[in-house]
Design a protein around this ligand. Structure first.
Ligand SMILES: CCCCCCCC(=O)SCCNC(=O)CCNC(=O)[C@H](O)C(C)(C)COP(=O)(O)OP(=O)(O)OC[C@H]1O[C@@H](n2cnc3c(N)ncnc32)[C@H](O)[C@@H]1OP(=O)(O)O
Length: 177
């Protein structure tokens, strides 16, 4: 279902429907939304945003496929689809930190470590992330100091460095949301 939603969003991003077609589509979408009105459940019960599902079952985030992961590092790949275009064939700048937050956050909480949240995330944009290109993401656990975990990451298009990032993740205290 989420994959169909992603494909639809890609088609919307690439299309220029007529006013009449837009109105028809809007009516169809409103009908689909109404169909889910009776199926609203708590966050825990939803399919959306689950770590166990590839791409987290979430249409918001660029779909990150994990190739290898242990407690110290993660390697994966991602292709920014048409939905993520910012302009001129490049992914929207905001989607790169989104991807890093997802990847670095996963690693920060991997290996039996207790749950943490992003305190800061610094991203350097080195070259554009081209829509449709398969990019490689690597992240590694740099250091740990009490509740603080520093994780770094790189996004590459072949040998070309697209972006690099550093995040601080702070372990949550019991009861901290
Ligand atoms: C597994 C799922 C994959 C996806 C994961 C994605 C993760 C996320 O995106 S989480 C959502 C985004 N992040 C948030 O919403 C976090 C909002 N902020 C908070 O909740 C809190 O500020 C939080 C938890 C980060 C830190 O607060 P708190 O627990 O009170 O820590 P606090 O006592 O202030 O600081 C702890 C240490 O971290 C340091 N620190 C905290 N924030 C920062 C910061 N922004 N920069 C530098 N240092 C910081 C403090 O200086 C302190 O250091 P020390 O122990 O050496 O004195």
């Amino acid at each position: 279902m989420i994959e169909s939603l992603r494909s639809f969003l890609d088609r919307v991003a690439g299309a220029r429907p007529t006013a009449e077609e837009s109105a028809e589509l809007a009516a169809t979408l409103d009908r689909l939304s109404a169909g889910l009105a009776d199926r609203q459940v708590s966050e825990r019960e939803r399919l959306f945003a689950r770590l166990s599902v590839q791409g987290r079952g979430q249409s918001l985030t660029p779909q990150l496929f994990i190739d290898e992961q242990d407690a110290q590092s993660v390697t994966g790949h991602v292709t920014f689809r048409p939905y993520f275009v910012g302009g001129n064939g490049a992914a929207h700048g905001g989607t790169i930190p989104l991807l890093f937050d997802e990847a670095l956050g996963r690693l920060a909480n991997a290996g039996g470590r207790r749950a943490s949240r992003t305190a800061y995330l610094t991203v350097n944009f080195r070259s554009i992330a081209r829509i449709g290109n398969r990019l490689t993401l690597t992240a590694r656990h740099v250091k740990e100091d009490g509740r603080k975990r520093v994780i770094s990451g790189e996004l590459r298009d072949g040998d070309l460095l697209v972006a690099d990032a550093e995040g601080l993740f702070v372990e949550l205290r019991p009861g901290q949301p």
